[in-house]
Ligand binder design. Structure first.
Ligand code: PMP
Length: 353
């Protein structure tokens, strides 16, 4: 702590990201990255971009990427916003649409960054507990007096998904505020709310290239919504930094969108490996929540999650443990779905416990 720190800095409660240890090569099942390499077309496009044109600024509008996304979702480019990872898109949406008034509704438990942004922008969280089965119950999102609603679908770290009819009922119950649907994991088995954009001017769908598209390293995310909502995000972004994405990331992300076959191939592989992992973990006595994501959320009635985490780490396998002081999820682990070989190594290690 420095004597120059303001009250604002002192009171921040920054996000603690999953470990990215550099000491040795781990089987990394702790941060929901893809175990597969990005689309070969994306890699080729990024290599081709490493040339003398890097001396130039990128396109401030990221138009090639917006066009590719607009094409994929049958939207206008004015309905697409792009940013440095969905974390940046979320931060701008929180600042622009949720700050300065009533509390913001989101689930308890969900992506822990929302609390960090809320703290940063002086937004009071209105935490809405999950049901005892770790579900989001849309009837809990009626009659709210809030600045907005965030629904994570599928939710993290639980992995459970809502049907679109439930998302619609939240949108209908909250017509005067922005309902942000964070779909970071949607490609692994849930239905995207993007097709509701024409009906609901209060809907903002946020997605990422970090998970299903295996491009966490280039930091690209996007939002889809009514042109007025998107224009608001553009105004905010341009007040900070008018170049959203660098040239290499823009080239890679655009090529990745255009390679739909590869996306399907690696999502299908992940889903098949998830099914296998679910069965194996169940056979070992774990309770495994049904997952529509690239991870599973598990607990064992007789084993301590922290010691399982620690033993696996010693053996070079990293999974996510949220801390023994975390209510309800203290004895849960979140395990990313890796390759078949990585998951076999995990199951072998757990059998030996
Ligand atoms: N939303 C959710 C629910 C997430 O789990 C993550 C990744 N940790 C993100 C958003 C952010 O992803 P990124 O910034 O890599 O796009």
């Amino acid at each position: 702590m420095s004597r120059f720190w303001t009250k604002k800095i002192t009171e921040l409660d920054p996000y603690v990201p999953g470990e990215q240890p550099q000491d040795k090569q781990y089987i990394k099942l702790n941060t929901n990255e893809s175990p597969y390499s990005p689309s070969p077309k994306a890699l080729a496009a990024m290599s081709a971009m490493v040339n003398e044109s890097l001396r130039l600024y990128p396109d401030p509008n990221g138009m090639t990427l917006k066009s590719a996304l607009a094409n994929q979702y049958q939207l206008d480019t004015k309905q697409v916003f792009v940013g440095n990872g969905s974390d940046e898109v979320l931060a701008l949406a929180f600042m622009g649409y949720f700050a300065g008034g009533k509390p913001l509704a989101f689930a308890d438990i969900t992506y822990s960054f929302y609390k960090v942004y809320a703290n940063l922008y002086d937004i009071e969280p209105q935490l809405i507990p999950l049901t005892t089965d770790f579900d989001i119950d849309p009837t809990d999102y009626q009659n709210l007096d809030v600045s907005g609603v965030v629904i994570t679908n599928p939710n993290a770290p639980t992995g459970k998904a809502l049907p679109l009819s439930d998302i619609e009922s939240v949108l209908q119950a909250n017509p005067d505020v922005v309902v942000l649907v964070d779909e970071a994991y949607v490609d692994f088995g849930a239905e995207s709310a993007s097709r509701l954009i024409h009906q609901y001017p209060n809907l903002l769908v946020v997605q990422t290239f970090s998970k299903s598209r295996a491009l966490a390293g280039i930091r690209v995310g996007y939002a889809l919504g009514h042109p007025d909502l998107i224009e608001g995000l553009e105004r905010l972004k341009n007040s900070f930094n008018s170049y959203p994405i660098d040239r290499i990331a823009l080239a890679g992300a655009t090529a990745a969108v255009e390679d739909a076959d590869y996306l399907k191939e690696i999502c299908d592989k992940t889903i098949a490996t998830r099914k296998w992992t679910h069965t194996q973990l169940t056979d070992l006595g774990f309770n495994v929540l049904p997952s529509a994501t690239n991870f599973v959320f598990v607990t064992h009635p007789e084993k301590d999650a922290e010691s399982v985490y620690a033993t696996l780490k010693e053996q070079g396998i990293l999974v996510r443990f949220f801390g023994s002081n975390k209510a309800r999820i203290g004895n849960y682990l979140r395990i990313t779905i890796g390759t078949d070989a990585e998951m076999r190594a995990l199951i072998d290690a757990l059998k030996a416990l």
